[in-house]
Design a protein around this ligand. Structure first.
Ligand code: PMP
Length: 353
C-alpha cells in the first residue's frame, strides 16, 4: 500500500497522474515512443506545452496580457531572474523577510540594486507574518513569499502596493491551493514540486507590459522576454516535468478546479490544527492567525514521547513528518494531492498517543 506522504517537496502527486505519467514514459499517445524520447518540437509535445499553459490561465482566471512559462533552474533561479528583469539599474526593491526562501531571494536581489526590507519576522524565528507594511512608492517592486514552507506561515491577506510598484510573489508552496486575484500581481513564480508536478520545472506567470524596462542587457537564458517570444521553448524544455504538471492541472480542473481543492484544503488544515490545539501533547509553531494551510508545523510538548510518536506514525505508514532542521519538531505538508483520509490517519495517531 502507498504511504501517506506528508513530504514538503518533492511531494505527493495524484495517483491518477502517476499512472498516466508512467504509461506515457513507455508509450506516449499510442505512438510507440516514450514521451521522453520524442522531439520537444513534435506536434504531440507542443500540444502538451500549450495545454499546460492554457490550464494555468484557466485555473487562475488570468486576464489577457500575461504569459505563462515553464522554465528550469528551480524557484531559486527566479530569485535572481525576477530582479534582473524588474529591478531598474539604480532602482530599489522592497522585500518582506518571512524566512529562508525570502532571505535567499533578498541575497540575490542585492546583487542587482538597492533592497529595502519592509518587514521581517526574524526576531521570532519567522513564526509570524509581518503586517500593516507601507511600501514607499519609489520601489520598483515588492517581493514576498506567500507561503513559508519551512516555518508553516502563510499570507492570508496580500500586501498592497502603490500603482507604480510591481507586485512579485514566490508562490512555490501554495499556488493552486486557494482562490486569489491574479490580476493584482505582475510576476508570480513557483517551483513545480509541491502542488503541480515533479521537480525540474518552474512556473512563471508574468505581465508582459512590465518587461524590458530595466535598462540592462540581460543574458538570453535569464530574459523573460526571450522565453515569451519562443513560447517557453527557447531551449529544450524539461519535457517530463511539464507533462506531469499538465496532468496534475488537468486533474485539478476535471475535479472542480481551485474552488473544489480549496474546500478540501480547509478541511484538512482544520482537523489537523484542531488536534494540535486540543491535544496537550502537541503545540503549534506558527502564530495562530498566520498558520499555513499547506505546511503545518508543530512540536511535542513532552519530549519524552518523541520515540513513541515517531514509531507510531511510521507504523501507520506516514512519510515525511520530520520538521526542517532550522525549526525542529514536525511538519505535515498537506498539499493538494494529499487526501483527507491521510490527514485523518495522522490525527488518529496523535490522538492515541
Ligand atoms: N521558495 C519556496 C517557498 C520554497 O519552498 C522552495 C523550495 N522548497 C524554494 C523557493 C526553492 O525552490 P527550488 O528548490 O525549486 O529552487
Amino acid at each position: 500500500m502507498k504511504k501517506h506522504n506528508f513530504s514538503a517537496g518533492p511531494s505527493i502527486l495524484p495517483k491518477e497522474v502517476l499512472n498516466q505519467a508512467s504509461k506515457a514514459v513507455l508509450n506516449f499517445n499510442k505512438k510507440d515512443l516514450s514521451l521522453i524520447e520524442i522531439s520537444h518540437r513534435s506536434k504531440d509535445f507542443v500540444e502538451v506545452m500549450e495545454k499546460a499553459q492554457r490550464l494555468v490561465k484557466e485555473l487562475l482566471n488570468l486576464p489577457m496580457g500575461y504569459s505563462v512559462l515553464f522554465l528550469q533552474g528551480g524557484a531559486s533561479t527566479q530569485f535572481l531572474m525576477s530582479s534582473l528583469n524588474l529591478l531598474k539599474t539604480n532602482g530599489s526593491a522592497a522585500y518582506i523577510n518571512t524566512g529562508t526562501w525570502s532571505e535567499k531571494a533578498i541575497k540575490e536581489a542585492e546583487k542587482f540594486g538597492k533592497v529595502t526590507i519592509l518587514g521581517s519576522s526574524k526576531d521570532r524565528n519567522f513564526s509570524y507574518i509581518p503586517k500593516k507594511l507601507n511600501c514607499p512608492k519609489e520601489m520598483n517592486y515588492l517581493h514576498f513569499t506567500s507561503n513559508n514552507t519551512i516555518f508553516g506561515t502563510q499570507f492570508h491577506d496580500f500586501p498592497k502596493v502603490h500603482s507604480n510598484t510591481l507586485l512579485v510573489c514566490d508562490m512555490s508552496s501554495d499556488i493552486f491551493s486557494r482562490k486569489f486575484d491574479a490580476s493584482k500581481f505582475d510576476l508570480i513564480y513557483a517551483g513545480a514540486q509541491k502542488n503541480m508536478g515533479p521537480a525540474g520545472t518552474t512556473l512563471v506567470i508574468v505581465k508582459n507590459e512590465v518587461l524590458q524596462k530595466t535598462g540592462r542587457d540581460i543574458p538570453s537564458m535569464l530574459d523573460y522576454s526571450i522565453h515569451i517570444k519562443k513560447d517557453s521553448m527557447f531551449n529544450t524544455p524539461p519535457v517530463f516535468p511539464v507533462y506531469v504538471s499538465m496532468l496534475t492541472l488537468e486533474w485539478l480542473q476535471n475535479n472542480g478546479g481551485i474552488e473544489w481543492i480549496e474546500e478540501i484544503n480547509k478541511q484538512k488544515a482544520s482537523i489537523l490544527y484542531n488536534e494540535i490545539d486540543e491535544n496537550p501533547l502537541f503545540q503549534g509553531v506558527a502564530s495562530k492567525e498566520d498558520r499555513s494551510k499547506m505546511n503545518v508545523t508543530f512540536i511535542l510538548t513532552d519530549k519524552s514521547k518523541e520515540k513513541e510518536f515517531d514509531l507510531a506514525w511510521n507504523h501507520a505508514g506516514i512519510n515525511g513528518l520530520k520538521g526542517h532542521r532550522s525549526v525542529g519538531g514536525y511538519r505535515a505538508s498537506i498539499y493538494n494531492a494529499l487526501p483527507l483520509s491521510s490527514v485523518k490517519v495522522l490525527v488518529d495517531v496523535m490522538h492515541n498517543l
